[in-house]
Design a binder for this molecule. Sequence first.
Ligand SMILES: [Zn+2]
Ligand SMILES: [Zn+2]
Length: 384
Amino acid sequence: MQWLPHSGANSGTTSDTCARLRAARMAACALAACIAIAGCTHVHPHYDPTRAHHTPSGFRNNYLDHFFTGSFWAWQWQRWRQGLPKPPASVEEMQPVPANLSWLQQNRSEPAATWIGHATVLLQAGGLNILTDPMLSERASPVSWAGPKRKTPPALALTDLPRIDVVIVSHNHYDHLDLPTLKALNTQAGGPPLFLVPLGVGDWLRRHGISHFTQLDWWQSLPVHGVRLHCVPVQHWSARGLFDRFETLWSGWVIETEDERRLKIFFTGDTGYSRDFADITQRFGAMDFAMIPIGAYEPRWFMRHQHVDPAEAVQIHLDLRARRSLGIHWGAFELTDEPLDDPPRALRQALQARGVDPQDFVTLRPGVTLQFGHFIQPAALTQP
Ligand SMILES: [Zn+2]
Ligand SMILES: [Zn+2]
């Protein structure tokens, strides 16, 4: 459709031009109204008015009325003017080391977590291989040619992984829900894993040809071969595009093994700090192991409601009464203003400030396996 007249012989009279401009404005207003009305009248298929975090169009956080603390464009402008993020002073702590693949392939008995990079962890517990927020692609972006690009490669390739039993996903942001990785896992040898996702994300999986999933609401759980997985509230948001904010749910996960070890493990991909963690501890008691994000936190005026900083991550570790925590969600993508190597340094300072033993909340180089209760470099791992 041609909205405005061209100049020249066929451009018509001044009154014609005004009329066409008015018509164009009216059409634009009508289009905007349609979008707004469509947004207001769309009721998501999982809406349950008896649940406080449900809204007709999606979901909301438990302890936050107004989410966004400032303009995204103001942040981008400030970022550009100040030349942020600055490059990391050292990349050593974020460089992958070769994982002990044969041990990981065979391990079904030792509880272990191998950090693959960003929020992707291979968790081996209760006899299952569980993969968190699988993201092995080059960019965290809707397109393959632009958007945040990996600064460090994943420690393991898809072909290095043991057969995955369960994939857990925290929310639908691109650095956590990566379609190429999910599709590859869906066709792994031995059959697809069970994809365990928050409400609404399963509908998205179905639209992309992935059908072996269960989608859960906060505080719902599912038993899977001797492990019970619980979907729990954290403070974040969701969106894949411009018009779908808050439409699908976001969550953390508690993994309880029902073997003699009775392990309780916590995972969240992204979260701001909230009372949700005290609520989780009230329900489940102390955690044996927690995976807590420590990166993507500057500037605080923009990020504080959606991403914790390392000091708040330490508070979550304390709220969860976690025996051992692992700092994730750093070192792979430059998503925010702090240098890529800042989170572990800031974590160590925060632990010291709170009097927490640095061995209780660690960071690993990608590829290193942490066996709960003791810290082992890959070279020291023995064959089971
Ligand atoms: Zn996110
Ligand atoms: Zn994230």
